[in-house]
Design a protein around this ligand. Structure first.
Ligand code: AP5
Length: 213
């Protein structure tokens, strides 16, 4: 099962990737998480990506395509995967087709989490993430059991550097200009399914499971 979660920043891709990953025992491939790990390691890729991510812009296609090409070749992807935050531009989507063709696989479903821009600011500024395992919480909509601590590993939750009102505007601009055209790209291929991303967390999850089953 090769799935892509598609949607605006803060639409719930990372949140929904976790239960799907556990239910189907397939890895989540989040380009955002890969880039954040590179930043934490202070690698040359991380230093380069940080400047762009802090501004809410997209990292170059060449860098991202290189990362995905290596990641999809790994053994744990053989039984399927969930793409989260990739592809984000038409050139990335075209490169993905080439990579998958080389690997003899295809994208089965693109799940679009439909959330209006008006809901995004509150979701993103209220998000708190675990720097250890990447789990997302929300100060109102998805509270951890113990305030400020990850339910899974107990690590202190943080506010992502790019989760501020100023950066959200640039991230939404980049989304509408560079990423939104992928909606029609995948609709034309008849693999896009729309989900009401404004429903509660559990209902969104159930909608996705129904699509996948
Ligand atoms: P990335 O990490 O991919 O960020 P993003 O796409 O902006 O997505 P988010 O992580 O912000 O949101 P999400 O949809 O996962 O939402 P979540 O589930 O956390 O990318 C970061 C940066 O890296 C980019 O800006 C770019 O610079 C770079 N980058 C990454 N990939 C790239 C690529 N392919 N090409 C180029 N550059 C790339 O949910 C958000 C909040 O809402 C949480 O608090 C959650 O608890 C809450 N929530 C979730 N669902 C619901 C619900 N149903 N109801 C109420 N609240 C909800």
């Amino acid at each position: 099962m090769n799935i892509m979660l598609f949607g605006a920043p803060g639409s719930g891709k990372g949140t929904q990737a976790k239960p799907i990953m556990e239910k189907y025992n397939i890895p989540q491939i989040s380009t955002g998480d890969i880039l954040r790990s590179a930043i934490a390691e202070k690698s040359p890729l991380g230093l380069e990506a940080k400047k762009v991510m802090d501004l809410g812009q997209l990292v170059s296609d060449d860098i991202i395509i290189g990362i995905i090409k290596e990641r999809l070749k790994q053994d744990d992807c053989k039984k399927g995967f969930i793409l989260d935050g990739f592809p984000r531009t038409i050139p990335q989507a075209e490169a993905l087709e080439v990579i998958m063709k080389e690997l003899g696989i295809k994208l089965d479903k693109v799940i679009s989490l439909n959330v209006p821009d008006s809901a995004i600011l509150e979701r993103i500024t209220g998000r708190r993430v675990c720097p250890n395992d990447g789990t997302s919480y929300h100060i109102t909509f998805n509270q951890p059991k113990v305030e400020g601590k990850c339910d899974i590993c107990g690590t202190e939750l943080i506010l992502r550097k790019d989760d501020n009102a100023e950066t959200v505007v640039s991230r939404l601009e980049a989304y509408h200009k560079q990423t939104a055209p992928l909606f029609d790209f995948y609709k034309e291929k008849n693999i896009l399914v729309e989900i009401d991303g404004m429903a509660g967390l559990e209902e969104v999850k159930n909608q996705i499971v129904r699509v996948l089953e």
